[in-house]
Design a protein around this ligand. Structure first.
Ligand SMILES: Cc1cc2nc3c(=O)[nH]c(=O)nc-3n(C[C@H](O)[C@H](O)[C@H](O)COP(=O)(O)OP(=O)(O)OC[C@H]3O[C@@H](n4cnc5c(N)ncnc54)[C@H](O)[C@@H]3O)c2cc1C
Ligand code: HEM
Length: 413
């Protein structure tokens, strides 16, 4: 199977001119839904073959990258030297796409996110046929004798559709904002053991909404992008402050917490995430934060204040021990100034004065919350169990907002 290129390759993502007049745009326009959606038969073939290879996903991914780098060595420098973390991501994205093949609106939304996200990786239109070819070769190998010409044709059509949407979204995005924003570290303080507060000054205006997050690449681990959330609403001086916790053995977090000094320059990817105040339909908000998950929640609360306190906000901050209960004092001071804000801290593994228990237990005790919009942020397990508990107690899932746990773009509303 051959994949077409729509036109000659465009300019590299990094070649965006450093022109401050090219202000980044918050609003991104979704490309139109594909003209020729897949037929029910093609969808069936894609789903059946995907479920066939799914149990072999780990081996198939290794094979995919091996042939991609062997056949197209020019794409290797785009990927980090160690490929452990992201190996599974491409395949997980494909499985997500397989889920969405009969939902063109969300498929386009999802692939549009992916296409814009790929600008910071330096992915070009010319790379798509190579990835498509190796992907199909991998699917064919792992589907074995079940692979047919008809299945190959269905996958080719699906991949081309996805690639077209990704390329189109990246092109539109390139017209309004850079692919990456260099940013200088202008201030750093330690907030708690292993947690640093880092303030960056982007070299170009960085337009984001409170509650969104940014991918950061450090000079010490090139091509390794990790997500971090500014801990405040947008500021007039354009600086961004992140709270970063050093994860044991973590490459980027340790570099940021223990190695970065004032004057160092990192790169930011475009802001991402839908956990923003405009997503709320109710006047009453329930905000729940664990660990450095406090950062986007703090940003949202600042945004409520900036808009004149038109929401009643119930904030729960949780940790295992009192020492880890981070951000409470800051928020209690804020609650003294704003009648609309109520703050409660919960500690699960230690007896201290205040509320005892895990966040999900404490939430159940203080509910019901079914008439609230809920913003959750923190360790994946905490977010998942809090969400499960809230849904069980009657909060509609669509009113519960949280960031994706893993690959930022792997969700479509
Ligand atoms: C949407 C989003 C927003 C985020 N916002 C913030 C933020 O504001 N502040 C912040 O400090 N972090 C935040 N994170 C986590 C951050 O993106 C990184 O995952 C984290 O800093 C670890 O990166 P690393 O390179 O140091 O670790 P890696 O080198 O990627 O991982 C090293 C080891 O640590 C484990 N690990 C990875 N992440 C975590 C984790 N979070 N907790 C425990 N173990 C882990 C891995 O499984 C691996 O074994 C956010 C993540 C997402 C998805
Ligand atoms: C249908 C086509 C594709 C899909 C579904 C896809 C999917 C993904 C996903 C889900 C991620 C992880 C994103 C993240 O962590 O933010 C990713 C990362 C990446 N992709 Fe793609 N991709 C596609 C095509 C391409 C192409 C054509 C290139 C160019 C060679 C490319 C290069 C990369 C790179 C360099 C990364 C980063 C890897 C890392 O951070 O470790 N992708 N891709």
């Amino acid at each position: 199977m051959r994949f077409r290129i729509r036109r000659p390759a465009n300019t590299p993502a990094d070649s965006f001119p450093e022109d401050p007049s090219l202000a980044p745009a918050m609003d991104t326009v979704e490309p139109e839904a594909p003209q020729a959606p897949l037929s029910p038969r093609e969808i069936e073939l894609i789903r059946a073959s995907a479920s066939l290879v799914e149990p072999l996903a780990a081996d198939m991914t290794v094979y995919f990258y091996a042939i991609l780098f062997a056949r197209y060595p020019a794409v290797r420098p785009l990927f980090p030297p160690g490929m452990d973390v992201q190996r599974g991501r491409l395949l997980r994205a494909l499985l997500r796409i397989v889920d969405l093949v009969d939902d063109p609106e969300n498929l386009v939304r999802f692939c549009g996110h992916l296409g814009r996200d790929h600008r910071k990786f330096g992915a070009l239109e010319a790379h798509f046929p190579a990835v498509g070819e190796c992907l199909l070769a991998s699917l064919a190998r792992y589907a074995g004798s079940a692979w047919t010409e008809e299945i190959a044709a269905a996958w080719t059509k699906a991949y081309q559709t996805v690639a077209d949407v990704m390329i189109g979204a990246a092109e539109q995005d390139a017209r309004v904002r850079p692919a990456v924003w260099p940013a200088t570290l202008v201030h750093r303080v330690s907030r708690a053991p292993g947690i640093a507060e880092l303030t960056l000054r982007p070299h170009l205006p960085y337009d984001y909404a409170a509650g969104q997050y940014a991918a950061i690449e450090t000079p010490w681990h090139p091509l390794q992008w990790r997500s971090y959330s500014p801990a405040h609403a947008p500021r007039e001086d354009g600086t961004l402050t992140f709270h970063v916790r050093a994860v044991p053995g973590g490459a980027v977090s340790n570099a940021l917490v223990h190695r970065a000094v004032v004057g160092d320059v990192v790169r930011l990817g475009a802001p991402m995430g839908d956990m923003v105040l405009d997503a709320a339909v109710h006047g009453d908000l329930l905000c729940v934060a664990g660990g450095t998950g406090f950062a986007p929640i703090r940003a949202l609360i600042e945004e409520v204040a900036r808009r004149g306190g038109r929401h009643q906000v119930n904030l729960f901050i949780g940790a295992r021990t009192g020492a880890e209960l981070y951000g409470v004092d800051d928020m209690l001071r804020m609650a003294q100034r704003h009648h609309w804000l109520t703050v409660r801290g919960a500690v699960s593994d230690e007896y201290i004065a205040g509320i005892r228990g895990s966040l999900p237990e404490v939430l159940a005790e203080y509910g019901p919350w079914y008439q609230h919009d809920v913003f959750l942020s923190g360790p994946a397990a905490m977010v998942a169990s809090a969400k499960e508990r809230l849904v069980y107690d009657g909060t509609p899932p669509e009113r519960i907002h949280h960031d994706p746990f893993d690959t930022p773009v792997l969700h479509a509303s």
